[in-house]
Design a protein around this ligand. Structure first.
Ligand code: IMP
Ligand code: MG
Length: 180
């Protein structure tokens, strides 16, 4: 993680390198397993896209979407999009863009566990543990980050910035100025 004028940045090359390492580790850990990657929409779609291509064993891919938890939410959770695959007996990795309070992943783990997968692990690109409310077992972490709001590489602010290839801190002055 690099600090540049108060803006924390993960360069595209840093992200690509780390995602490839994570893919290699998962490839090693899931030999002879029945792997399914579940991306949490919408933020995880970029990470999952690169991560899946760094995994060199057969796997299936599915998506789930919830509304509710996350910054400025009421704490009420609603399933917006359910899985299309049956995960019973499968080796599931839940793939997130960022884990903050942990409420989103904790809800999803409870929901997925009830479907009786053979194994269930969590993989997140970013981990901001300083704001964690619920303790979570996270098997794969890309980067730990401090208490800054970040955008890019799938992460949004008001649905924008997801298409950046790097990750940067979004400062209040940028938000007010509508900087892209
Ligand atoms: P949690 O339930 O508090 O762990 O929140 C996780 C969700 O909040 C993530 O899936 C993101 O959608 C969103 N989120 C948390 N922090 C950030 C951030 O810094 N940038 C963009 N989205 C974030
Ligand atoms: Mg999210």
């Amino acid at each position: 993680m690099k600090k540049r004028k108060n803006t924390v940045v993960f360069r595209k090359s840093q992200i690509q390198k780390r995602v490839k390492e994570m893919g290699r580790q998962i490839t090693f850990d899931y030999q002879n397993k029945d792997l399914i990657l579940i991306g949490v929409l919408r933020g995880a779609f970029v990470f999952l896209s690169d991560l899946s291509r760094a995994i060199k064993i057969p796997c299936s891919i599915d998506f789930i979407a919830i509304s509710g938890y996350g910054p400025a939410s009421s704490g009420v959770v609603r399933l917006l999009k359910d899985l299309e695959e049956n995960i019973e007996g499968k080796d599931v990795i839940l793939v997130e863009d960022i884990i903050d309070t942990g409420l989103t992943v904790s809800y999803l783990l409870r929901n997925l566990k009830a479907r009786n997968p053979r194994s269930l692990e969590v993989c997140t690109l970013l981990n901001r543990s300083i704001r964690r409310i619920v303790d979570l077992p996270i098997k794969y972490i890309g980067f730990d980050i401090p208490d800054v709001f970040v955008v890019g590489y799938g992460l949004d602010y008001g649905q924008r910035y997801r298409n950046l290839s790097h990750i940067r801190a979004l400062e209040e002055k940028d938000i007010l100025a509508g900087v892209f």
